[in-house]
Write a protein that binds this ligand. Structure first.
Ligand SMILES: [Zn+2]
Ligand SMILES: [Zn+2]
Length: 282
C-alpha cells in the first residue's frame, strides 16, 4: 500500500529524546491485512519491529516489544491499544464481529516478550508461552528443530519453522500472501549474535533451503542496527539512528548467510558483511 517497505521513513529516535514527538509505536500497513509496527528508539534503544497479520478466523502478533530504557521513565508500551485499534478497524471493514488473536514470538528474549501480560485475559486470545516447550506445544512441532507447522489464519496460512541458534525457541514465519519471511533476530540488518553456533548454522541452512523452495520477496527481521554504509553498524545502544539500513533483506542475503556459516564451518568468528555482521558469542 503506497510506499515500498524498503523506503518507509521509520521513526528512528532523536538526538534529544525529551524533545521527540514521535509516537511510541509507528504503524505501517504492508497491505490491508498485514501491519509492521515499529517501537520508538526513544522508548527502547532496541526499537523492535513487531508484526500483526490478520485472517478471517484469527490474527497473529509476532512479539510484544521491549521494556522502556532506564532513561525513558516508567512507561507502558501501548501495544495492546494499537493492536486492538487495528483489529477493531479491520473487523468493521470486513463486517465481522470478532476474530481470535494469537500472541506469538519470534523468540523468548526480553525485548520480544515484555508486554505479553497486556494480552493476558483478552477475550479470544492465546498467548504462546515464550519457552521451547511452550512453542513446541502451541505450534505442534514435536520433532524440533525439524519439522514445520502451519498456522491457519483463515484465507491465509503461515508456515512456522524452527530456527534455533540465536535463542533456543526461535522460529521463522513465512507468509505466502506478502511473500515475507519473518526472521526475528536470526537474520536482519544488524549484529547477528549467535549463542549456539551448531544450531545457528543448521538454521541458516534451513532458511536457505526454504528460500530456494518458496518465493521470498522480503526477509523481515526484528531490528535495524546497520547504517546505509556497507558493513557499518550504529554504536550499540544508540537512541538516534539517522540513515538506517532499509528493513527488508532478500533471499540473496539468506543464501549469503548460509554460505558464510558453511565457510566458517565449526570455527565461527566475527564476520562482517555489507548488510549484517555475524557475531558468535562465547
Ligand atoms: Zn534476541
Ligand atoms: Zn531482539
Amino acid at each position: 500500500m503506497g510506499t515500498p517497505l524498503g523506503s518507509v521513513a521509520w521513526i528512528h529516535g532523536a538526538r534529544d529524546c525529551r524533545q521527540s514527538t514521535d509516537p511510541l509505536i509507528q504503524v505501517h500497513p504492508l497491505d490491508e491485512d498485514t501491519f509492521v509496527l515499529r517501537v520508538s528508539k526513544c522508548f527502547s534503544f532496541e526499537a523492535n519491529f513487531l508484526y500483526l497479520l490478520l485472517g478471517e478466523a484469527r490474527a497473529v502478533l509476532f512479539d510484544t516489544g521491549p521494556r522502556p530504557d532506564p532513561g525513558a521513565g516508567d512507561r507502558v508500551l501501548p501495544i495492546r491499544r494499537v493492536v486492538d485499534e487495528i483489529v477493531a478497524r479491520w473487523l468493521r471493514c470486513h463486517g465481522l464481529d470478532a476474530i481470535e488473536l494469537v500472541v506469538a514470538h519470534t523468540h523468548g528474549h526480553g525485548d520480544h516478550v515484555s508486554w505479553d501480560r497486556e494480552f493476558q485475559g483478552r477475550p479470544r486470545t492465546t498467548v504462546v508461552p515464550p519457552t521451547l516447550p511452550g512453542v513446541q506445544r502451541a505450534f505442534r512441532l514435536p520433532d524440533w528443530p525439524d519439522g514445520e507447522a502451519r498456522l491457519a489464519l483463515g484465507g491465509r496460512t503461515l508456515t512456522v519453522l524452527p530456527i534455533p541458534g540465536h535463542e533456543d525457541s526461535h522460529v521463522a514465519a513465512y507468509d505466502p500472501r506478502t511473500r515475507s519471511l519473518l526472521t526475528g533476530d536470526t537474520l536482519y540488518p544488524s549484529l547477528l549474535t549467535v549463542r549456539n553456533w551448531p544450531a545457528y548454522r543448521r538454521s541458516a541452512a534451513r532458511l536457505a533451503r526454504f528460500a530456494e523452495e518458496q518465493e521470498v520477496a522480503q526477509v523481515l527481521g526484528s531490528h535495524i542496527e546497520m547504517t546505509r554504509e556497507p558493513g557499518e553498524a550504529f554504536p550499540l545502544g544508540t537512541t538516534h539512528q539517522p540513515g538506517e539500513h532499509p528493513l527488508p533483506l532478500g533471499a540473496e542475503q539468506v543464501a549469503e548467510l548460509h554460505a558464510a556459516c558453511e565457510a566458517m564451518g565449526d570455527a565461527p568468528r566475527v564476520d562482517v558483511h555489507d548488510d549484517f555482521v555475524i557475531q558468535p558469542l562465547g
